[in-house]
Design a protein around this ligand. Structure first.
Ligand code: HSE
Length: 428
């Protein structure tokens, strides 16, 4: 139910809904976790959408890969098709793409926008690889491109960057952009086993079809590329980025963080430095009580530092059918502002040479302790603390750049000590 205050605000922001609702013909590609939830939201919210936005949303076709899968009871089965060409030929005002991956999503996007239609997509891989091209196509053909649901699920971060903060000069975007890995890391802290935590994240519809994209940081990387595009005007595919995931040993990563008194989080950040914009997606040991450490389960958080506006924190559910579909619905009924044209001279993306403290842990072999110490010394990496816990030995370094850690890791890896490394942001 709307409160009186909301009704008043809407009256200020929106023109009064027309007496006869406008019909919006929607073709939906994909009817899995996210697409299926959108079908339900459209069905159950139809009266409210009509009353508040003056729009009657009519699904005209739903593209699926397989007819036999279970579908929402609210979906008319006659709308289903597996024929991509028939789907593309459908006369729709808006095409909603919720299938993920670049193929055939790119073809659907190019066709829709090339015909001057609106495209609403939840597809981070598509926008990270082809966002600027699709935005240009939309502009040329007077279509629209909206992708709120592609980043951070139900958090309206695209809207925040695109419509307001992105126009004010951003200094840094930092956050947790993958719900699955955050869910796994917080479950591990509660004593779960990794395999069970991953299976639960998959069962709840948080993980990608191929969960390796979550675990390796690829999913968060796509999202960071999109945020850096909106924040700094850098083409998403041109961002120079260091990527490491929570694999290969999430249990040890979480245990290392506990030993150092913090929490392990997969942190994505892009920062403007004097030499250019640097970016990384990697595990960081953060304070438990800070905004990242407090982000639990499938939640995401995005901290945006604007040069003139200080820091803004947005947090909320980052994965799952409901939150993602609700962002799709918001794009569908209202859209966001126009994408700013790319900056004439966007800042240069460069390698991240900033210095950080790092935790390196190795597991027991007879020589583990000595090899860790010697290798770090040989790589010119001073250590401040070395902790031992059961089979494990964890060294915390003084601030050094990634290049030196990378060198040390190659030697340690070659010695079969299976090193796990994370950035350290807690005092040890
Ligand atoms: N697999 C993604 C995640 C889904 O876990 O964040 C939302 O983009």
């Amino acid at each position: 139910m709307s409160t009186l205050l909301e009704i008043e605000n809407d009256a200020i922001r929106l023109p009064p809904p027309p007496r006869t609702p406008r019909t919006l013909r929607v073709a939906l590609a994909g009817c899995g976790t996210v697409g299926g939830e959108l079908v339900r939201l459209l069905h159950h919210g139809a009266a409210e959408i009509r009353a508040r936005h003056g729009v009657r949303v009519r699904l005209v076709r739903v593209l699926v890969a397989h007819r036999g899968r279970p579908r929402p009871a609210e979906l008319d089965p006659a709308l289903l098709t597996t024929d991509l060409d028939a789907f593309l030929a459908e006369d729709a005002d808006v095409v909603v793409e919720a299938i993920g991956g670049v193929d055939p999503a790119l073809r659907i996007a190019r066709t829709a926008l090339g015909r001057g239609r609106r495209l609403v997509t939840a597809n981070k891989a598509l926008i990270a690889a082809h966002g600027p091209e699709l935005a240009l196509l939309a502009r040329r053909h007077r279509g629209r491109l909206d992708f709120e649901s592609a980043v951070a699920g139900g958090i309206p971060v695209i809207r925040a960057l695109r419509d307001s903060l992105g126009l004010t000069g951003i200094a840094r975007v930092r956050g947790i952009l993958n719900g699955t890995t955050n869910f796994i890391l917080t479950r591990l802290d509660e004593g779960w086993r990794y395999a069970d935590a991953l299976a639960d994240a998959q069962a709840r519809g948080f993980a990608e079809a191929n969960p390796a994209r979550d675990l390796s940081g690829e999913d968060a990387t796509d999202k960071l590329r999109i945020l850096a595009w909106l924040a700094f005007g850098i083409r998403p595919d041109a961002l120079v980025l260091r990527r490491r995931g929570i694999d290969p040993d999430p249990e040890r990563l979480a245990a290392d963080a506990r030993l150092l008194g913090g929490a392990a989080r997969l942190v994505a950040e892009s920062v403007e430095t004097e030499s250019g914009v640097v970016a990384a997606v990697e595990p960081v040991i953060v304070p438990l009580a800070g905004p990242l450490g407090r982000t639990r389960g499938e939640e995401n958080v995005v901290l945006i530092e604007s040069r003139s506006n200080g820091g803004i924190t947005l947090s909320g559910p980052g994965a799952g059918g409901g939150p993602t579909a609700s962002s799709l619905l918001a794009d569908l009924v209202r859209g966001a502002g126009r994408l700013a044209r790319p900056a004439a001279e966007p800042p240069v993306p460069v390698n991240d040479t900033r210095e950080h403290r790092w935790a390196l842990s190795v597991v027991r072999t007879i020589h583990a302790a000595g090899v860790l110490d010697r290798t770090l010394a040989r790589a010119g990496v001073p250590t401040s603390t070395v902790l031992a816990d059961g089979d494990r030995r964890v060294a915390v370094t003084e601030p050094v750049g990634w290049q030196r850690i990378d060198l040390a890791l190659r030697v340690l890896g070659a010695e079969l000590l299976a090193p796990v490394v994370s950035r350290v942001e807690v005092s040890v």
